[in-house]
Design a protein around this ligand. Sequence first.
Ligand SMILES: Cc1ncc(COP(=O)(O)O)c(C=O)c1O
Length: 450
Amino acid sequence: MALPNAAERTQSDLAHLIHPLYHPTDHQEPRIWVEGRGALMKDINGVEVIDGLGGLWNVNIGHGRRELGEAAMQQMNTLAYCSSYTGASNLPAIELAERLSRVVYPSINTFFFTSGGAESTESSFKTARFYWKTQGKPDKVKIISRLLGYHGVTMAAMSATGMPDYWKMFEPRVPNFVHIASPYPYRFAAGDASTSQGVAAANLLEEAIRREGPDTVGAFIAEPVQGAGGVIVPQDDYFRRIREICNKYDVLLISDEVITGFGRTGTWFGLEHWGVEPDIMQFAKGITSGYVPLGGIGVSDKIKEAMDSTPPEQRWMHAYTYSGHPTCCAVALANLKIIEEESLVQRAAEMGNRLLEGLHTLDAMPAVGEVRGLGMMAAVELVADKATKQEFPSAAKVGARVQREMNQRGLYTRVRGEVICLAPPLVTTAEQIDRIVDILREAIPAAVQG
Ligand SMILES: Cc1ncc(COP(=O)(O)O)c(C=O)c1O
């Protein structure tokens, strides 16, 4: 099949399309993707690269799986859409919720579906407020989140997201959102030697709850492994201490599993690594491997009980047209079938180890400050000075340069500041994993010296 003319399509893109995080200076030569297969993607010029971020941390089963297209076609030809508002339901949504109850944390057995991550964040926040109102604590409305946390960019989600760049041109933020520092083992400096770093980082939550007043704090939201903030894997004792603090002060723990869900970290869901259960978990991305938009939240049995026992006039008055979308749920079911039948959760753990071990062979490079990761999420943080962990001056544009060097060698991924983020599809082959490492081995010195 003849590929369309790249220059002409780029002109049309520039004239008519607004992209996420848009600015024209970064968009004069957009990479126009036309095809994907496994961990590979091909652009409009026929150039094939490894998709180092699995789309946007979401294409867990890899590109080009016909089963998902067939599931969508079959459902669309049968019943593409119907309302799921109270009083109505549909077969794929029922089956998906039941299926999720078997793989999600034991105390979470009921689910509400959305169309993506930010809608899920909004749903979690509203559910937390709802829950406390049903418990006679209507003032527990504040949400605490972490700097470098990412929860989407609708207004409330943006207010929880801990990256000021996302706020700047949209201020003021929604009131009643509070941030604490993230655990960030590479850079977090604990206050005193008697406490581990993980506990010290978690104790920042206790301090914030006390400062704000426990009667005003409804929930704490956190990604088990921070993704967009630079693949920050917390200390092993961090989330256990977080859970204790949430219990002590009656604060709901919301686990944002939009990236970490569905096998990405080598377990079905992220907090399993530390034996911790949240009160609300939210998901998106990997539930359909990005083939169609779908997200949602799961709530603990105690929250479901509150929903069931509230009088009708105080119901959970929250809704989306596309909640429980039959076609999206059918695609999710086909996706989960592949994850289960091909043991992709286990594969993420194994291939993730291979990736991390490979990346550790770069440790000795002068610009490599830290290599870190969990399952199929990994990062290489570049620094100007290893001893002081000093970052490169932003004028040096090392992040952009390393991105270009990786692109030229056949690896496409995102770089946050000078942190190279990796989250390839869970089906990435051993050879492709090794190739990713080899590309970084060449691209990092080329970028730093250049
Ligand atoms: C952890 C997390 N939460 C929420 C979101 C927002 O999802 P969406 O872009 O689908 O709104 C993202 C997106 O990257 C995410 O990584």
